[in-house]
Design a protein around this ligand. Sequence first.
Ligand code: FAD
Length: 518
Amino acid sequence: SSVVYWMRMGDLRISDNRALAQASARAVKDNVPLLVIFIISPQDYLAHDRSKRRIDFTLRNLASVQESLHPLNIPLFTTTHTPRRTLPDRVITLLKSFNCNYLFANIEYELDELRRDREVCRLAAEQNIKVTFVHDRCIVEPGVVTTKEGRAYTVYSPYQRNWITVLNAHLSDYLGEAALPSANPITVRTNTIIVPCFNATVPNKVEGFELDTADKAIMSKLWPAGTDAAEQILSRFLNTKSRTTQLGGADPLGPGAETSEKHSRISVYHNARDQGDRDTTSRLSPYLSAGVISTRECVRATMRLLGIQKVNAGRDSGVGRWIQELAWRDFYSNVLAYFPRVSMGRPFQEKMADIKWEVNEEHLRAWKEGKTGVPIVDAAMRQANTMGWMHNRMRMIVAMFLCKDLMLDWRLGERYFMEQLIDGDLASNNGGWQWSASTGVDPAPYFRLFNPYTQSAKADPAGDYIRHFVPELKNLQGSDIHNPSAKVADKLGYPRPIVEHAVVRERALRRYKNPGQE
Ligand code: FAD
């Protein structure tokens, strides 16, 4: 007999991994081998608009997980399965071939995945295989932080206040570190146990999701795989001395490390986080989305840094503000779990379902390629296209621009982000898009439209970010950089704005005020 841990795309680490720790404890107790499986499901990746970059990142991290498991004598097997509809049957067949009596996995809160897992439970029960699904993705799992009436919060601030109370009241439950897996008690004879469809070596590509060689090289340099790399990135954010970036000092693709030696990035985060022209945030999102490091570890690290026993959240300090951002992540997972309609392409606010969107392929293409003629929007889109990552303030600016200035359906933007970003995550991406489109929980009020030029002057005062990503404008100085005149733009071969903000603003206000009308 054996115990199997089914690793998924969001838990690619062996340290502080609850399902893996529980699986290992079970294997030790029963003195049976522990095996780790990972199922590559290209149809799921297609259905969920997974980016090639995210798939490549997954495989690189899986290889690193396999390497870490090797000295513990725990094999990690991968297999590819289609169609996704029959994946539960396939899982059971595999478990039977391993003579498995216990299956462990961390819960995925997306609707398709919940349905799949429910079916796995049903089939496993028929075979007498005991299944344990564990909460691991969030700091406080969905369903715990509720209103007095036991309902889900749909506004962030009261959620966050309650979140911190719950967290501090049960600190060891929520922040306790899951044990590392123990070495397999007996040698697993991989040659005899492998069913033929299993790969003992993690493949380095998935058909249909191959990255081109140049992009693969850039991604590996910007976002190295493995928990050690994630820990270094965390430490670079927390400490003053760790100034070498994961980008190798001066950032070849994004603006460079600008914090002074006196201040760590986190200590000035509350004031500097909205500056897109500086490297002031953690850049941990790819690692948190893929679970290469646990969010619990991020919180514990801030507590160790300050020598505090309780978690602090608030706008007045860098650590407090950063914890609030981690709470946003939990908030959006909570929303996803409570309101499955958000993972079905529907607006959270049903009344907004009738907003009249434009159909304009040319505008959509210009937005995707960073050729709208609005420099801050173009710089940000080019940042996503080259780095697979975008600064949070810039995500808000380009998202608002798509849904309010271009009046294009937010779902087109949501999808493009998933296809480009290495940190693409349904809950946070959908949350961010529905916030920007004023259709979500606790959204930006529709009448508070961003003016992209004012936003540009705030988020990139000297224009360094624009100059970096929009080389056509690299010689422009002063306020010209935010809104070059038609004459200057023509001379530099840079497009004129595809819409005039003052004009399209009125259209957005009109359509949002009366969903369904022109
Ligand atoms: P930091 O500022 O260092 O924050 C630390 C961590 O907190 C982040 O890594 C992330 O896990 C979490 N976090 C921060 N802000 C948010 C937020 N607003 N919502 C949820 N979690 C947050 N984040 C993703 O991880 N994946 C996405 O696909 C994604 N899509 C987005 C789309 C839009 C339109 C918007 C407005 C935001 C989106 N975000 C997404 C949230 C946020 O922009 C990124 O998490 C952040 O920019 C990542 O950079 P960082 O790691 O340096 O963040």
